[in-house]
Design a protein around this ligand. Structure first.
Ligand SMILES: [Zn+2]
Length: 219
């Protein structure tokens, strides 16, 4: 359940999105109160399976897709060492088995009322900043996410995961998953995985856990 390898903890929010069974009602309630302010709160990504995250990770390690640094500049992937590669990837993509999206408690949100029907959602910070289409949503969430039980674990750049103003976490349930992540837990997943650069991940596991996984739990 924690590592995204089972789905019994999930329910359908709609055809395209699954969330933890206990997160559906709180999300719908938040969606309703956003609607009163003219915000059409929608989920771009809720539950993500282990296999999906593994595919994302392996594509990134192969260098098939461009990789950006914290400032949005292109990273010269071919010139990086293997250790540098995994740390560059972890800025934007979770280690398979350790994504908060596996839990169904975490979701990426946007405002469908703020853009036209064919809008291509990018999920970049600029969309949620003062001149971006989702700034109104970002401000609304500042005030109203927590009373609905949702927090933003990646609101600030603490040197780990890059800021994600669109990422919400239903904290009461997420906490139950957070405590299950440990060095032993991750090693077990890595032992069974066809994860590219898995050995390098193992060698750097303590730092990875500290910077990219545990930091989001420290509120
Ligand atoms: Zn997210």
């Amino acid at each position: 359940m924690v590592s995204g390898q089972t789905q019994c903890h999930l329910a359908n929010l709609n055809d395209a999105c699954q969330l933890h069974t206990d997160v559906i009602a709180p999300f719908r309630s938040m969606q309703k109160s956003a609607a009163k302010q003219g915000i059409d709160l929608q989920v771009a990504s809720g539950f993500r399976s282990y296999e999906r995250q593994l595919a994302i990770w392996n594509t990134k390690v192969s260098g098939e897709k461009p990789l950006l640094d914290g400032q949005g500049h292109l990273v010269p992937f071919d010139r990086l060492s293997d250790v540098e590669k995994i740390f560059a990837i972890l800025r934007w993509s979770a280690l398979p088995g350790c994504s908060r999206h596996h839990w169904g408690t975490d979701l990426d949100v946007w405002d469908a009322a703020a853009v036209s029907a064919g809008y291509q959602l990018q999920l970049v910070p600029g969309e949620y900043q003062p001149n971006g289409p989702f700034y109104k949503l970002a401000c609304w969430l500042d005030e109203h996410a927590e009373p609905h039980g949702f927090v933003r674990p990646y609101a600030e750049d603490k040197g780990g995961v890059a800021p994600e103003p669109w990422h919400l976490s239903y904290v009461a349930i997420a906490k139950q998953f957070e405590v299950q992540i440990s060095n032993t837990f991750v090693k077990k997943i890595l032992d069974n995985a066809s994860l590219k650069l898995g050995g390098v991940v193992k060698d750097n596991l303590d730092e990875i856990l500290e910077r990219f996984i545990c930091q989001a739990s420290q509120r």
